[in-house]
Write a protein that binds this ligand. Structure first.
Ligand code: KPL
Length: 309
């Protein structure tokens, strides 16, 4: 299966590395030509949980016609870039291309459906953690399962194909019949961990060690759980707060994607995480003051660093 990953950030590079190492034809599509050229010249450099590798990586381009058609398109761009990324990939997409999102936040599935109304769409979450150390250079800092599911009955078969592909590349993967629940479960994890790591500038593993932060995380999650309930979403974990703590431990050495964004002066995904929860809460009449406060704080950090896309 020829796979094209859009977005050579930490997670895009990690999956490109894991699939290539397993022998699968895997490409990266980058919106920046200078970065694509650098990675093509230097290759991918990986350290951490998967071992240390310097992998030649010629299969990266900013030009879709160089890559040609994709069997599987994986989105690993920031949630606020999903629509633009999908547009840039039009030349790669045939009637049979499967589109997979493993991005953070909610709204990505809807953006894919709008751009490609008739394609097989698979969505899910990953508890893999990776830190971008430089261009094409990552630390594999957290190992956890990837959970995927078709967004409708027609894409179940496609989800199974992806599961088999990932498993054979040593990416532990499970399937779910309730993608929405899984996406919301991960949303609540990100709403607890990401803003606090960005505000405090600490890796994920530090959060459970500080009781005041545990209190804030619990409240953010409880608000989110109430909003999920009122929106008719079944959360996948019986104790969502315990799950957050478990993810902090499993990815202890990782710097969350939001912390990495703030440190790099990039715009964060706050409006697709805590900000999205607050908006849902307004629609369903459930207040989310802790999530609202976290949203404002991260937006203030972005303003302070004049964050750019
Ligand atoms: O998804 C993540 C992120 O950083 O965005 C977690 C699971 C928190 C790992 O760092």
């Amino acid at each position: 299966m020829k796979t094209v990953i859009i977005g050579p950030g930490a997670m895009g590079c990690l999956y490109a590395f894991l699939l290539t190492r397993a022998g699968y034809e895997t490409w990266l599509l980058d919106c920046r030509e200078d970065r694509a050229e650098r990675i093509r010249a230097q290759g991918l450099k990986i350290e951490g949980l998967s071992g240390d590798y310097q992998l030649p990586f010629p299969r990266i381009s900013a030009f879709p016609h160089v890559i040609a058609k994709a069997d599987l398109l994986i989105l690993f761009v920031k949630a606020y870039n999903t629509a633009t990324a999908l547009e840039s990939a039009r030349e790669l997409v045939t009637a049979n291309t499967i589109i997979l999102t493993l991005q953070n936040g909610i709204g990505n599935v809807e953006a894919i459906r709008e751009a490609y109304p008739h394609h097989a769409i698979v969505a899910g979450t990953t508890a893999q953690g990776a830190t971008l150390l430089g261009c094409g250079h990552i630390r594999h800092a957290g190992m956890g399962e990837t959970i995927i599911g078709g967004i409708d009955a027609n894409s179940l078969f496609h989800a199974k194909l992806i599961k088999d592909l990932f498993m054979s590349a040593y990416i532990p993967t499970e399937m779910t019949e309730d993608v929405k629940g899984i996406l919301w479960g991960k949303l609540l994890i990100n709403c607890a961990i990401n803003p606090l790591t960005a505000i405090m500038r600490v890796p994920n593993g530090q959060l459970p060690k500080i009781p005041d932060l545990c209190e804030i995380m619990s409240r953010a999650v409880e608000e989110g759980a109430a909003i999920a309930r009122s929106a008719g979403i079944t959360l996948p974990y019986s104790d969502q707060v315990a799950k957050v703590m478990e993810v902090c431990e499993a990815t202890a050495g990782n710097r969350s994607s939001m912390l990495q964004d703030i440190e790099a002066g990039r715009k964060t995904e706050i409006n697709y995480l805590n900000g999205a929860l607050v908006r849902y809460g307004k629609e369903t009449g459930v207040a989310a003051p802790v999530n609202s406060f976290l949203t404002h704080l991260v937006q203030a950090l972005e303003t302070g660093s004049s964050a750019v896309h």
